[in-house]
Design a protein around this ligand. Structure first.
Ligand SMILES: NC(=O)c1ccc[n+]([C@@H]2O[C@H](COP(=O)([O-])OP(=O)(O)OC[C@H]3O[C@@H](n4cnc5c(N)ncnc54)[C@H](O)[C@@H]3O)[C@@H](O)[C@H]2O)c1
Length: 436
């Protein structure tokens, strides 16, 4: 066992290992709370002052972290929120969980990673373990991050321990909380991966070491590319099934009974969130540098991004069958977040549907029990109240996201027409329901 590994083990045993989490969003906050709840001293760093204030007030802004759990670790002094990177000179481990958006379609924007890593490199002591959790293209850790540390005189093997470990959390999934999702770690050298494994074993049941940071980076992209392609496939099959007059939902339910070789995916208004729509495009972009063009990724991305347009087309047909033009019709969008019961609007297809409907001069309103106001581009809306009087006004209610708190029986009773894109009325045979 190396000297560093022995030192880490001792510190972990005595709960003296000091940890910093940079970026306290959907990924970083649960992670920081996880280590703090185990009695470790955690510094939570973010450039967003509002988020720091919320944590100091012991109020959570992330669905997967309750205010009670957050309040407990802050009150006990285990989680210390801050925007002062100077505190990094006191820590043994830094986990980086900053956003990785796209600059434009097919072009990654890793500027948040670069900025966070520069701040980290300027402030850590030699021998610190740095782990990147943000999803990124293969080679980022070796080609972009390591040189930043080298420029600060922090060179491997002893000056810096550097690992990539993709976050695989699924917000809102109670069956698989952080502790039950195996963690992948890939270091710039075997010692880095070994140390990262020791760190994650504090809060995660199973840690899987791979041979390099590049492999770990690609594992995450394989997982999300697999999802995007299957979502694109089922969206296309849903459009095909509609043309052929067969019910895609019934087909999926039946196919699901096969105990092997099939995994159900469901059609929807598109693909949202900060991961699935853009992560595969990181891989697409990097592969092009090797002269390889991924046809699957491009096609799946095209199909899923076209779904809001398809929803609007179908709605137009539904209304036309009732002698109503879309222009001037009153449309109620039900559920605007990208995912059930998660307060996250990033890349939500509902926003595209609303925008497209407004462009076609429909009168659009929305109802979402967890999003009271909606402000994007020049659209400014307030969630309506779901009551008989408000529902009577609409020509059609379009279900985009199926939150648990929605009263679907009431919606059905009081609506003139429902376009159900989530199959929430799977067992209801009512003529005023149209399925995707
Ligand atoms: N949201 C998910 O479900 C999910 C799941 C798996 C992986 N990921 C990946 O994890 C990463 C983070 O995603 P997220 O959803 O937590 O993002 P987020 O936007 O919720 O949180 C990121 C936080 O980083 C902060 N930040 C930005 N630049 C910073 C800097 N230089 N220093 C300190 N803080 C900084 C932001 O203020 C923000 O609070 C992304 O790469 C994403 O693709 C996300």
């Amino acid at each position: 066992m190396s000297k560093m590994s022995a030192e880490f083990r001792q510190k972990i045993k005595r709960k003296q290992l000091k940890i910093a989490v940079v970026g306290l969003g959907y990924v970083g906050l649960p992670l920081a709370c996880g280590f703090a709840a185990k009695g470790f001293s955690v510094f939570g760093l973010d450039v967003d002052q509002d988020r720091i204030r919320w944590i100091k007030k012991k109020e959570s802004y992330i669905t997967d972290v309750s205010s009670a759990a957050l309040g407990k670790v802050v009150r006990q002094g285990y989680l210390k929120p801050s925007s002062d990177f100077g505190i990094l000179k006191h820590v043994d481990v830094v986990l980086i969980c900053v956003p990785t958006p796209l600059k434009r379609k097919y072009q990654p924007d890793i500027s948040y990673i670069i900025s966070a890593v520069k701040s980290v490199a300027k402030n850590i002591k030699p021998g610190t373990m740095v782990i990147l959790e943000s999803t990124t293209y293969p080679g980022t850790t070796h080609e972009v991050i390591l040189p930043i540390f080298r420029r600060q005189g922090l060179n491997p093997p002893g000056g810096i321990y550097l690992t990539f470990s993709p976050e695989r959390v699924d917000p809102g999934n109670r069956k698989y909380p952080l502790v039950k999702i195996p963690k992948i770690v890939g270091g710039i050298n075997p010692e880095s991966a070994k140390l990262a494994r020791l760190v994650y074993k504090i809060i995660i049941n199973k840690v899987v070491c791979v041979s390099s940071a590049r492999v770990a980076e690609t594992v995450k992209l394989l997982e999300n590319t697999f999802r995007l392609i299957n979502i694109g496939l089922i969206d296309e099959l849903a459009m095909m099934a509609h043309k052929m007059g067969v019910d895609i939902w019934e087909i999926i339910e039946a196919a699901k009974t096969k105990p092997f070789g099939f995994m159900p995916f469901y059609p929807s208004a598109g693909c949202g969130g900060h991961c699935i729509p853009k992560d595969p495009l990181y891989l697409y972009w990097k592969a092009r540098h090797f002269g390889f063009v991924s046809k699957f990724i491009k096609l799946a991305s095209k199909i899923t991004t076209a779904m809001p347009g398809y929803i609007v087309e179908r709605l137009q047909e539904l209304l036309a069958a009732r002698n109503k033009p879309l222009s001037g019709s009153r449309i109620l969008i039900i559920g605007v977040t990208y995912k059930k019961d998660i307060k996250d609007l990033r890349k939500s297809p509902a926003l595209d549907v609303i925008e497209l409907l407004q462009k076609k001069d429909a009168e659009v309103a929305y109802y979402d029990p967890i999003i009271p106001y909606l402000k994007f581009k020049d659209i400014n809306l307030k969630s309506i109240r779901l009551n008989a009087k408000s529902l009577e006004k609409f020509d059609c209610a379009v279900i985009i996201t199926d939150h648990s708190a929605i009263d679907y029986d009431f919606l059905l009773k009081k609506s003139a027409l429902i376009f159900d894109t989530r199959n929430v009325y799977a067992k209801t045979r009512d003529k005023k329901i149209a399925k995707l």
